[in-house]
Every structure is written in C-alpha cells, then in structure tokens.
Design a protein around this ligand. Structure first.
Ligand code: PDD
Length: 282
C-alpha cells in the first residue's frame, strides 16, 4: 500500500478519495464530539516523535474510556501510505466512539470505533517570520484540557474572536493565570527565564512543548515550568506559541501592546535554530 493516489484518506480499514470518505450521521463524533484526535507532523516522510503522539493518543482514549488497542506497528502501517516523502506534512488522526443505533448520551454497547486519518501539507502562516499578534481571553473550556478531544467548540470560538480582531491566536487565562493558546502551548521569557505553564489538566501536553523543554534543558537555558500570572505575562520580553503544525511562533504584540521591542527576541532565534537542527537529526 505504498502508492496511494494523492489526496486519498484512511477510513475504517480502507484508503479512498477524500470525497468518498463518508461516516454515518449517527456517528458519535458527529452527534456529540465523542472522540479524540492527534496531529502528527511528518518531515520528508518521517513521522516526528511518533511514540510521544501515540502515548498522548492512548492517554486521551483512556480519559474518555475508548478502547482501540492498536500497536505502534499497526499505526505505522495505517499512516505510512498517506505520507509523501518529498514534503513536510501532517497527519490528522481521529477516533470516535463509533456509530450507535440511536442517539443516547450514555455509551452504546459493542460499538466499533470510527478511525479516520488524512494527510495535509504544512503551509507556513503568512508573515510569521516577523511574529504575530495575540489577544488574551478568559479560558472558557472544560476541565479536561489535557485530553485531545474533538469537542473543540470553545477553542473554535476563542480563535475566531482573535482572528476577527486581526490576531493569530487567543492566549487563554483562568483565575488570573495563563493556560495556553486556543490551539497551541505558550512560552514566555520573563526576567530572562524561559517559562511555560506547568503540565496540569488545564493544558494539552504539547509534543512541541516537550521537545522545546528537552532542547532548553540540554542547552542550559534558564528554564522554569510554573504558573504564570496574566500580570507577569504582560511583562514578558518574549512570548511564543507552539504547536505541531506551526512549530514555534513569536508573539510580538499582545493586546495591542508590543512584546519586548515588538520583534522576535534572541531566545526565540536560538530555540528556532535548535529546533530545526533537532528536526534534521531525527
Ligand atoms: N493543536 N494546546 C492546544 C489546545 C492545541 O490544540 C495544540 C495543538 C497544542 C500544541 O500541541 P502539539 O505541540 O502537540 O501540536 C496545545 C493541533 C495542532 C490542532 O488542533 O490542530
């Protein structure tokens, strides 16, 4: 299965054109957002930090009590045919609780999970080199943000609000403390220390975040995983948002105020370089 026609996707054991990939309206993903997902980058056909992504997927499934015991090898077999070795891409992988006979909130019995995967090219965000603008907003999401659930309505509304005001991301806060972006983790340089909110159920444990922490540690950055108040964030000399599809993006304007001198900072450039070197090395 290594020569798929471009644009084919995987659905429940089959590879087929995107336009032919159909699921029932009784799928629990459609009716309840009852599912989880992963976004896995692939550089020149190599899935990046695959084990980390599968561990997080397993964690998400455990949290929503969905069982699908595929091994690393089985996932590789499913996803590899979707990849193009000549491109930087990302896999979108979604698993829902499946199709039930009727609509009922409680879990149906003996339902087979729906498994869907597609691959898209990674396209850099326009103008990202110069940094992006962001807005801070109250975090209106649920209390299991560590689960990569397909139920993303709050994230969608928050991101949309930011976009409508000419910003790339909403930076969220709860009770005066920063959590993460609507679809990214957050880093800030405050008093010369690279900080990121600690891992709790209030944030998604990002794989990009994990790689950055490893690189920062290995390169002796002054580093701290701790709670960051919104007040402290406003004093940051650098702010970054991180994700699998956008890697590391400097935020140069927060709530219409320049961050630092209003351009990407030196620690960002250093980490960007380390990240690119690391990508090439694996
Ligand atoms: N989102 N936090 C949230 C809420 C996210 O949605 C994401 C990524 C991240 C970063 O995680 P990672 O570094 O593992 O990509 C943090 C993906 C890209 C998405 O929903 O498309």
């Amino acid at each position: 299965m290594n020569n798929l026609v471009e644009g084919q996707v995987y659905l429940n054991g089959e590879y087929l054109p995107l336009s032919e990939a159909k699921v029932s309206v009784l799928d629990r993903g459609f009716l309840f957002g009852d599912g989880v997902y992963e976004v896995i980058p692939s550089y020149s056909g190599h899935l990046f930090r695959m084990q980390d992504h599968l561990d997080r997927l397993q964690d998400s499934m455990n949290n929503i009590r969905l069982q699908l015991p595929y091994s690393f090898e089985q996932w590789m077999e499913i996803l590899t045919p979707l990849l193009d070795k000549t491109k930087d891409q990302y896999i979108y992988l979604q698993i829902t609780r499946g199709v039930a006979a009727t609509r009922d909130h409680a879990f149906p019995k003996d339902t087979v999970p729906t498994v869907f995967a597609m691959c898209s090219d990674i396209k850099p965000l326009a103008g990202v080199e110069a940094g992006v603008k962001a807005l801070t907003m109250e975090d209106s999401r649920w209390e299991m943000c560590n689960v990569k659930a397909t139920t993303l309505l709050a994230n969608v509304l928050l991101r949309q609000q930011a976009v409508e005001q000419g910003c790339a991301e909403a930076i969220l806060h709860r009770n005066g403390y920063v959590t993460e972006g609507a679809a990214s983790n957050l880093f800030a340089v405050i008093d010369g220390i690279l900080m990121t909110p600690e891992k709790t159920t209030e944030i998604l444990p990002g794989i990009t975040r994990k790689v950055i922490l490893e690189l920062a540690q290995a390169n002796n950055f002054k580093l701290s995983e701790e709670i960051i108040s919104l007040e402290a964030l406003k004093t940051a000399s650098e702010i970054w948002i991180t994700s699998s599809t956008r890697e590391i993006i400097p935020v140069v304007e927060l709530d219409s105020t320049p961050v630092g001198d209003g351009s990407p900072g030196p620690i960002f450039y250093k980490m960007k370089q380390l990240f690119q070197e690391y990508k090439k090395s694996v």
